[in-house]
Design a protein around this ligand. Sequence first.
Ligand SMILES: Cc1cc2nc3c(=O)[nH]c(=O)nc-3n(C[C@H](O)[C@H](O)[C@H](O)COP(=O)(O)O)c2cc1C
Length: 167
Amino acid sequence: MHSFQPFKLTDIDLNPFVKFNKEWALVSAGGKSKYNTMTVSWGGLGVFWNKQVAMIFIRESRYTKELLDSGDLFSIAFLDEEYRDALKLCGEKSGRDVDKFAEAGLTPAFRHNIPYPDEANLVLLCNKLIAVPFTEDLLPKKAMEKFYQNHDMHTMYLAEIIESAAR
Ligand SMILES: Cc1cc2nc3c(=O)[nH]c(=O)nc-3n(C[C@H](O)[C@H](O)[C@H](O)COP(=O)(O)O)c2cc1C
């Protein structure tokens, strides 16, 4: 990304289904002293409380969740196809065990002390509005059986997009 060029999300065409589910994204949290990134393919973009918002769904077991829960700010970044292997690595290994930025060949960059990969072609800087843990009593039984056999539940993070930058 090299220089962070803010732009208005209303100025670009963007298909969130393609962005999340086909391209995948990196969710990065923490700050300069301690940060981590993980791959997500479930998420969304929309409008809430008249704000432009993003949502992500993070399972309890993820190290990134600890960092998301200990601060308000995080980033969602999209990368070109040439970084698919980096995204696979960040979706398999845990930041508890390795420095994923280094292992994946990604360069940590920071804006407002929010980490993001400098290689990204689109970065959304997010400020948490609400974190909603999904609990068994709220979920349809079928979903529970299909997605939560091991009870590794998702928390939904709904966040205002406070700044976006694109290359
Ligand atoms: C393509 C892909 C999509 C993923 N999407 C999600 C997701 O939306 N939510 C989630 O909790 N985990 C998701 N994961 C799994 C995490 O990225 C993975 O568990 C990761 O190692 C967690 O890293 P961490 O422990 O450093 O936070 C995905 C993995 C891949 C490969």
